[in-house]
Design a protein around this ligand. Structure first.
Ligand code: C5P
Length: 201
């Protein structure tokens, strides 16, 4: 039986960590939909045309190991404003969402556009400063040399582009449960997400 959990929110709010933990807890499959836009963005950095790159995207492309860099993140948020790019990625996400055995999808428009009928919708937020602090630490641990200010600027720019675009802007679905992780430990945020899901199962 299909059971879809949609988890949306801005960059570095903790969606990835929460989604993985929730998927593991319930034994569901997990799709980080940002990887789709990152894979298309990465192709455009190599000179590809974004719509053609989105239409040609294969599941294996999501496993490329160069997708987590700040350059690719910026390129992803630029291709993500193009309606034809978004349209080309819908079927893959919807098929994943309705697979047997349950699915967790995290992104920006899962509860609003991709899976408006998801059984559970969470909207995960945190202040821009908290998110930049977390992302800066994460990048530094991987050997990144970006300053905190540069990471904060990147978070703010992507928030602006994601929430102001005309097609599928970042916003909570009307029926989403909001979780602000600014003052929550990872464990407390996971517990809050699991409790919200249990209440709807
Ligand atoms: O979540 P992540 O940081 O990997 O996403 C990269 C970019 O892809 C986001 O800034 C956003 O512009 C775009 N995106 C989107 N819709 C999604 C997931 C990601 O527009 N469902």
């Amino acid at each position: 039986m299909a059971f879809t959990i949609a988890i949306d929110g801005p960059a570095a709010a903790g969606k990835g960590t929460l989604s993985k933990a929730v998927a593991a807890h319930f034994g569901y499959a997990h799709l980080d939909t940002g990887l789709l836009y990152r894979a298309v963005g990465a192709r455009t950095l190599q000179g590809a045309e974004p719509i053609a790159a989105a239409q040609a995207l294969q599941a294996e492309d999501l496993e490329a190991d160069n997708l987590r860099t700040p350059d690719v993140a910026q390129a992803a948020s630029k291709v993500a404003v193009i309606p034809e790019v978004r349209a080309a990625l819908v079927a893959f996400q919807q098929a994943f969402a309705r697979r047997d055995g349950g699915a967790v999808l995290d992104g920006r428009d899962i509860g609003t556009v991709i899976c408006p009928d998801a059984e559970v919708k969470l909207f995960v937020t945190a202040s821009a400063e908290v998110r930049a602090t977390r992302r800066h630490k994460e990048l530094a641990e991987k050997g990144g040399t970006q300053s905190y200010e540069a990471v904060l600027q990147d978070v703010i720019e992507r928030d602006k582009r994601d929430s102001e675009r005309a097609t599928a802007p970042l916003k909570p679905a009307e029926d989403a449960v909001q979780i602000d992780t600014s003052d929550l430990s990872i464990e407390a945020a996971i517990a809050a997400a699991i409790a919200a899901i249990e209440a709807r199962r």
